[in-house]
Design a protein around this ligand. Structure first.
Ligand SMILES: [Zn+2]
Length: 750
């Protein structure tokens, strides 16, 4: 993984998730935290420098409790002793002890860092006593505060593959599992890695972020300050989390993929939510946002904290210009959490006090530069001791005035082996960077080449087109990696080229496949209609087909919405469920209703919606026998339906179980409110079911609470973040729904 895939995975998660057994949690996809998506194996080896620096004995470092100022380890080894002597008087008082300074094996200053050896010793004892994977490795090992670093160094490093193979053997047999959270990261291989994170680790990440914010915004923390973690990852959840008694008071994880479908001016309106607030995100996301926002002054954040791929100075500058605020970066490992904070210079970070960071050469010996190996001091749910994150780094000497403690290191982006595209001498996008980007965008089968003229060509399968909005995100992200002047084109792979064409059978499988992961936020109705037609055309017995519902409008389409496809057929038959299942398999979130015209006639609202808001796929619904329902027929079903809708929302509002997802509550409420308003129109003879039209009619008729209804709809569509669970829990949304449904019911014409 690159420097920091995401700022703390905990940031937008409710404190009190439903208690669950770890096995039960595994089955819940919504517990997968897309904030932590990213990471992956990195080519190892190829290191050269750093060996031989630790030969020789330095008597200064051997002394117990010797204080060595930070920032020295990058110095030449022969200078270190002298500097240490000079530095002793200037030791930072808050650093009581530096075991690295005392020396590990050999008694010399080793390139490793632990600010609190007692914490490390505690963690090691916990691993030995409660984690099956370490029981044997640490059996009979005496673990003292002073010897803790040596014990740690005696352990083998852990690779991503090893973590996956060890699985639950890395889970602690002790601890409060109700606060544990399963975080899933994905790498280039597509095989996800699951890490259990406990409450202390989540709190530590939040505290680390809080420290950065308060340091960079001194005196500016009003009670309304919030941190917005912005993502463009299709599967990421939108949530808010309250922090009572602590500024920032609110943490919001906001998935912008749905808002991204809105026109520019509406999208900008949504983004104004972050005015004056702290924004965090991966560099490519912020880069794409800066492109979409276009100019400075339209959105004004207080501070941007980037976490993710190596942050280029140009990207920082551009993001800072567009958001009109300072920009900083944190080094975050998806598996370990926040491991460092940016110093004054680009690429240089101070080690977080919550991790032990080692740099190891190809013989796994501590070195001045090498592979980054991390140990989190906070997470006891699944202790990863000496986890090789796949980054390379070098210790940095000298001093700085940025105010951060912790030794400094530089992330080394210059030795990556698999460069997919480059610009100039120092800008490059690796295959890993791009694989992570495409994983987040749910774009399998996409790759990147660079032509002789330097244009970056993003290639996809001819049969699985990349929608224009997604192409714009890709182009912006690649420009973020390579510089704003980079030319990017997105086009299908040349099917005639033996090198780039996919195997024939694979291409055929992709032929009818529109699956874009979790829901189709980037698909347009016209694309889905075309795709559905390719399935239905030529099927005997199909008379007409149409798309209806919220998918047709970005204002009403939510993560919980289905894509409704109604197929009117001659007669029932055993083949229809199979066809529906096949289609569903190829398009997540599709709901296929196959019915005869006579059966459709039994559902007056469906008939009205089919005729009013349909996006035609095939044939003509009228010719297939679908007719507009009579007002008496509508009135007959409206009353019972409203009663049922009230019962649904009432049950939700009064449910005993505490935590509720406000986005889902908003979806449930707005869905029932819209149908109630549809009945309101239809029983008065107004022949429309289109959301915007029924809202306009309701407004004219003086239906109360419509402004709140629109807000609830915006939350449901993730065009605005919800209130934190602790503040509201979606109750407001449900109450708004009950109020409108009650009014419609009371005012139903007899
Ligand atoms: Zn610094």
């Amino acid at each position: 993984m690159r420097a920091g895939d995401a700022v703390g995975g905990d940031l937008a998660l409710p404190r009190a998730l439903p208690p669950a057994h770890p096995a039960a949690r595994r089955a819940r996809p919504d517990r997968v935290d897309p904030l932590r998506v990213g990471g992956g194996p990195r080519a190892r080896g190829g290191l050269g420098a750093g060996r031989g620096h630790h030969v020789g004995v330095d008597p200064v470092h051997r002394r117990r409790g010797a204080h060595v100022p930070r920032g020295q380890p990058g110095a030449r080894p022969d200078e270190r002793g002298a500097r240490a002597v000079l530095g002793r008087g200037r030791a930072r008082p808050e650093r009581a002890q530096d075991p690295a300074a005392e020396g590990g094996p050999g008694g010399h200053r080793l390139p490793a860092d632990v600010t609190d050896p007692a914490r490390l010793a505690d963690l090691l004892r916990h691993a030995r006593d409660h984690v099956p994977h370490y029981r044997r490795l640490l059996a009979d090992v005496e673990i003292t505060d002073t010897g803790a670093l040596d014990v740690l160094r005696g352990l083998p490093t852990l690779t991503r593959a090893e973590v996956r193979a060890a699985g639950a053997r890395l889970w602690a047999a002790e601890g409060d599992t109700s606060t544990w959270r399963l975080s899933r990261t994905s790498g280039t291989t597509g095989l996800p890695l699951e890490v259990l994170v406990d409450q202390a680790a989540q709190d530590a990440e939040r505290a680390a972020l809080h420290r950065r914010i308060t340091a960079l915004l001194p005196g500016d923390l009003g009670p309304d300050l919030a941190v917005f973690h912005l993502t463009l990852h299709a599967g990421a959840a939108t949530r808010s989390l309250a922090f009572p008694g602590q500024a920032p008071a609110r943490l919001v994880k906001w998935n912008l993929t749905r808002a991204w479908r809105l026109p520019d001016d509406r999208f900008l309106d949504c983004l104004r939510e972050v005015d004056g607030q702290v924004v965090t995100g991966m560099p490519w996301v912020l880069s794409a946002l800066a492109d979409r926002i276009g100019g400075s002054g339209r959105v004004r954040a207080a501070l941007v904290v980037m976490s993710g791929e190596t942050v280029h100075a140009e990207v920082s500058a551009r993001v800072g210009e567009v958001f009109g605020c300072p920009v900083t970066a944190m080094y975050v490992s998806a598996e370990v959490g926040i491991a460092g904070a940016q110093c004054e210079a680009a690429h240089v970070y101070h080690v977080s006090e919550d991790v032990v960071l080692e740099l190891l050469d190809e013989t796994a010996t501590p070195a001045d530069e090498g592979e980054v190996v991390l140990t989190s001091l906070t997470n006891r749910a699944m202790p990863l001791l000496r986890y090789a994150v796949g980054d390379r780094g070098a210790w940095v000497g000298g001093s700085c005035s940025c105010g951060l403690a912790g030794r400094r290191f530089r992330l080394d982006g210059s030795r990556v082996t698999r460069v997919a595209a480059r610009a100039g001498a120092d800008r490059r996008a690796t295959t890993l960077d791009l694989a992570k980007l495409f994983t987040q965008l749910d774009l399998p089968g996409v790759d990147v080449v660079q032509d002789d003229a330097g244009t970056v060509v993003v290639r996809h399968d001819a049969a699985t087109p990349v929608p224009p909005r997604t192409a714009a995100v890709i182009a912006a992200a690649v420009r973020g990696m390579l510089g704003p002047a980079t030319r990017v084109t997105v086009r299908p792979r040349d099917p005639t080229s033996p090198v780039t064409a996919r195997p024939q059978d694979e291409a055929r499988a992709a032929d009818r496949d529109l699956r874009l992961g979790q829901g189709p936020p980037s698909l347009e109705p016209v694309e889905v209609a075309e795709w559905a037609r390719s399935w239905l055309v030529g099927e005997p017995g199909v008379r007409a087909a149409a798309l209806t519902g919220s998918f047709l409008s970005p204002d009403t389409f939510t993560r919980h919405s289905d894509v409704d496809l109604t197929v009117v057929v001659d007669q029932d038959g055993p083949g229809w469920p199979r066809l529906a299942r096949e289609m569903h398999r190829h398009l997540t979130g599709l709901r296929v209703n196959v019915d005869t015209a006579a059966a459709v006639a039994d559902s007056p609202l469906l008939r009205a919606r089919l005729l009013s808001e349909c996006h035609p796929v095939l044939g003509d619904l009228g010719e297939a026998g679908v007719t507009w329902p009579s007002v008496p027929a509508l009135r007959a079903v409206a009353g019972p339906w409203l009663q049922e809708a009230r019962a649904v929302l009432w049950t939700q509002l009064t449910a005993a179980e505490g935590v509720r997802d406000p986005v889902r509550a908003s979806w449930l409420s707005s869905r029932h409110v819209l149908n109630a308003l549809r009945y309101h129109c239809l029983v008065r003879g107004v022949r429309t079911t289109v959301a915007e039209d029924v809202l306009a009619v309701a407004e004219e008729d003086g239906v109360p609470g419509l402004r709140e209804v629109r807000e609830v709809m915006e939350v449901a569509a993730e065009h605005r973040p919800p209130l934190p669970v602790e503040w509201d829990g979606g109750e407001g949304a449900l109450a708004v729904g009950l109020r409108v449904i009650g009014w419609v019911r009371a005012n139903l014409p007899r």
